[in-house]
Design a protein around this ligand. Structure first.
Ligand code: FES
Length: 279
């Protein structure tokens, strides 16, 4: 699987977000918004799930965006144009149902912004009114603002430190939008991707307004095909597997506490990830 293009979207010294375009002719024609692939960088390496951010079905390429945080994403970040990735399996997971909902709000936090982009574009293409809320810890950590602007009717930005947009969190803006709208139910759908605490808070914020809220869960995965049980989450008191039943679920039915605890399983081995996720 040859890497045809590589660019660094954001590099702060400690945090790097990288975009690659990879030739995967058997995957690209079938991948739809919301789906992901499982990547093995080398033969003896672990498998990691990455959302398909874009496809060129004619050229047989997919675009992946990842934050170089853990061992394997750092390994992937070391590859350059012309290098080969050992294996890519997919597309996996259910695709987002793209249809006319009316007014939708998309919320992206951190590298989750890359994951809402294909969904925003597809929803806009079928005539939805798209409001996008982006969140980052600081201005220099914000990615894909212009790309999201081009497929949104409204775009809002929140930064934790106030260095850009509104000082605060994506949920502050979400609450304002839901409260200020004369008819809160005018919004038909909220779709959120980002850190687990952000998705949990988006779900909590939207609940009193009764707006359907979907989240795309980034649970730990191994095989990505429903066999290992690693990605299990509890949704509506039932065990579900993120890889085959999701990755999209109703945010108000997810057991967030359990998911957060499971996501910390590797904290001792990859301590830097957990430290970053707390901020
Ligand atoms: S990753 Fe193994 S069951 Fe989902």
């Amino acid at each position: 699987m040859e890497i045809l293009e590589k660019s660094v979207l954001m590099d702060t010294g400690g945090t790097r977000v990288t975009k690659i375009v990879v030739r995967v002719p058997l995957v690209a024609p079938k991948a739809e918004p919301g789906q992901f692939v499982v990547v093995m960088v080398e033969e003896s390496g672990e498998r990691i799930p990455l959302t398909v951010v874009d496809t060129d079905k004619q050229k047989g390429t997919i675009t992946l965006i990842f934050q170089e945080l853990g061992f394997t994403t750092k390994l992937l970040g070391k590859l350059n144009t012309g290098d080969d990735i050992y294996a890519i399996a997919g597309p996996l997971g259910h695709a987002m149902e793209i249809k006319k909902y009316g007014k939708v709000i998309l919320v992206g936090g951190g590298v989750g912004i890359a994951e809402i982009y294909p969904v925003a574009r597809a929803l806009k293409n079928v005539g939805n009114h798209v409001t996008t809320i982006l969140g980052a810890r600081a201005k220099n950590l914000l990615i894909l603002e212009q790309e999201l602007k081009s497929v949104s009717d409204e775009l809002h930005v929140a930064t934790d430190d106030g260095s850009y947009g509104k000082k605060g969190f994506t949920t502050d803006i979400l609450k304002e939008l839901l409260t200020n709208d004369s008819k809160p139910s005018a919004y038909s759908l909220i779709y959120a991707v980002g850190p687990i605490p952000m998705m949990a808070k988006v779900s909590l914020t939207s609940k009193p307004y009764g707006v359907k809220t979907l989240v795309s869960l980034n649970a730990l995965m191994v095989d990505g095909t429903g066999m290992c049980g690693c990605c299990r989450v509890t949704v509506n008191k039932k065990v579900q597997f993120s890889c085959i039943d999701g990755p999209e679920f109703d945010g108000n039915l997810v057991n967030w506490e359990e998911l957060q605890n499971r996501s910390k399983i590797y904290c001792k081995k990859e301590d830097h990830i957990c430290r970053l996720e707390k901020t």
